[in-house]
Design a protein around this ligand. Structure first.
Ligand code: MN
Length: 316
């Protein structure tokens, strides 16, 4: 489910030209429509004016879209560096395979978290069994300098902690919300929460030192400071300095809250790489295309390996 980042998404340079507002704010921006495999997705991050929310640097919202046993999201083996992929489904099933030998079907309520470090490759396939709607998100988390050159890893969490809210239930994917803390790996101070909301107003506790953003997965969510409800296809950036967030819905709705301490440095995102310099990206492109199995261990997959395009700064 991981879509490559293109220069239409963001220019291939690391910049912190747009810093997050230090105080609570609400800035609603439209997602870009992008294509992942055969499926259209709403890309809420990165945006030209906002690369990161905490360490979250990529948010793709996919579906709901019908898939079959042998077709749907078919992303052949491809590489990543410098990030964690976080996969979370509202409906459907996807088979994850990676160069570490992991082979894991993910279902709604479960979390797949893959750490790329200096390099890993994976594929995302139909399960050979599931037919129906696929609906979910894939998120990337930028790794900090302390871990981004380290070894790859993969985690699957079949159970995650829940927190009962006024009119809904929060599932903590990563980090902590109130007394509920996820067992998933995180290399920086951040939080990712699924919100399953019932009609009424729900107050979500937040950490004021974090910046936050809300993505609506289903329905419409009203929050103070916006002209109208936030819907799928929006990113509602909330700034820093909030200790709570009030969300009002009139029907059962689903949303995703992401946040964290503002990231330590600008990142350079291009294709499936999160780096700091063009040289790092160029080295990863060559190691994948040549290929260097010591850096990107091969993935067993029924799908074809996806070659890396050349970076725009190397074309002439
Ligand atoms: Mn991927």
């Amino acid at each position: 489910m991981s879509g490559p980042v293109r220069t239409e998404d963001v220019p291939a340079v690391a910049t912190d030209a747009i810093r997050p507002a230090p105080n609570p704010t609400v800035v609603v921006t439209d997602s870009r429509t992008s294509q992942v495999g055969h499926v259209a997705v709403r890309r809420a991050l990165p945006q030209r004016t906002r690369r990161t929310v905490g360490a979250w640097c990529f948010v793709d919202h996919m579906g709901p879209v019908p898939v079959t046993e042998d077709g749907g999201v078919d992303i052949g083996p491809h590489p990543h560096i410098g990030l964690h992929t976080v996969t979370w489904l509202v409906a459907g099933e996807v088979l994850h395979r990676d160069g570490l030998g992991s082979e894991q079907v993910i279902r709604p309520g479960q979390l797949n978290l893959m750490t790329a470090g200096h390099g890993v490759a994976h594929a995302e396939e139909a399960t050979g069994r599931y037919r129906g709607d696929l609906h979910g998100v894939q998120l990337w988390v930028a790794q900090p300098e302390t871990t981004r050159h380290g070894p790859p890893a993969f985690e699957h969490h079949a159970e995650l902690p829940h927190l009962d809210l006024d009119h809904g239930v929060a599932t903590v994917l990563v980090g902590a919300l109130g007394a509920a803390a996820s067992p998933a790996r995180r290399d920086t101070d951040l939080v990712g929460v699924d919100l399953d909301l019932r009609p009424g107003t729900t107050v979500v506790p937040l950490q004021p030192g974090h910046e936050h953003a809300l993505v609506v997965l289903d329905g419409a969510v009203a929050l103070a400071g916006t002209a109208g409800p936030v819907r799928p296809g929006h990113l509602a950036y909330l700034g820093e300095g909030r200790d709570e967030l009030a969300l009002t819905v009139t029907a059962p709705e689903r949303a995703l809250l992401v946040g964290g301490e503002p990231f330590e440095s600008p990142v350079l995102m291009w294709w499936n790489y999160v780096a700091r310099t063009q040289g790092e990206v160029g080295a990863a492109v060559r190691a994948w295309n040549d290929p260097d199995d010591a850096r990107f261990a091969p993935v067993t997959s029924r799908l074809d390996r996806i070659p890396s395009p050349s970076p725009p700064w190397e074309r002439w």
